[in-house]
Design a binder for this molecule. Structure first.
Ligand SMILES: [Fe+2]
Length: 175
């Protein structure tokens, strides 16, 4: 196989036979201008962290966001029932259960059945982009289940903040 041609910057109508069905049924791709706080604000997540929501997909119990732990700190032990992919954007992060430290551009994969405890020792904390599927169960230090965060939890986190601050809900975040 040779690489696709890329010598011209022009739109080509490929004649996909089901384009009308796509137009009727697909939620459609989009650009989320994440750096713009009017598109998606930083919303407090505990005392030392904030979340910028990017996408909610109720069909797959899928949610995407940027998690910002603002200074050295912890996201407590949690258990995954789905698959997570995260990319470290800034700072660094590690887990008490593992022997690696994620740095910017590093990719973290988490799979169902894992529980772990997130720590950042970096003076500026960490920013993590996450594409996450399935509920996450959060536990206290005595292994009591405190809260389950699924796509509806994350939507509520976003919508409650918007309502409390008179912000419009951005429909582009809903796939
Ligand atoms: Fe995790």
């Amino acid at each position: 196989m040779t690489a696709p041609p890329s010598d011209k910057a022009e739109i080509v109508d490929i004649g996909y036979p089901y384009a009308d069905i796509v137009a009727r049924t697909s939620p459609g791709g989009r650009y989320i201008d994440v750096p713009d706080d009017d598109v998606s604000p930083w919303i407090p997540f505990g005392d030392n962290a904030a979340i910028k929501h990017i996408a909610f997909d109720v069909r797959q119990n899928l949610f995407s966001n940027i998690l910002w732990v603002k200074s050295p700190g912890v996201i407590g032990t949690h258990f995954h029932r789905g698959t997570i992919m995260m990319v470290c954007l800034e700072g660094s992060v590690r887990y008490l259960e593992y022997d690696w430290v994620a740095r910017p551009f590093g990719v973290i994969l988490e799979t169902p059945g894992e529980s772990h405890t997130l720590v950042t020792d970096h003076p500026d904390g960490v920013k993590l982009f996450g594409w996450m599927q399935g509920p996450i169960d959060f536990y206290d230090g005595d292994a009591n289940l405190v809260e389950t965060a699924d796509v509806f939890w994350f939507m509520n986190h976003y919508e409650e903040h918007c309502r409390a601050n008179g912000l419009a809900i951005n429909k582009a975040l809903y796939l």
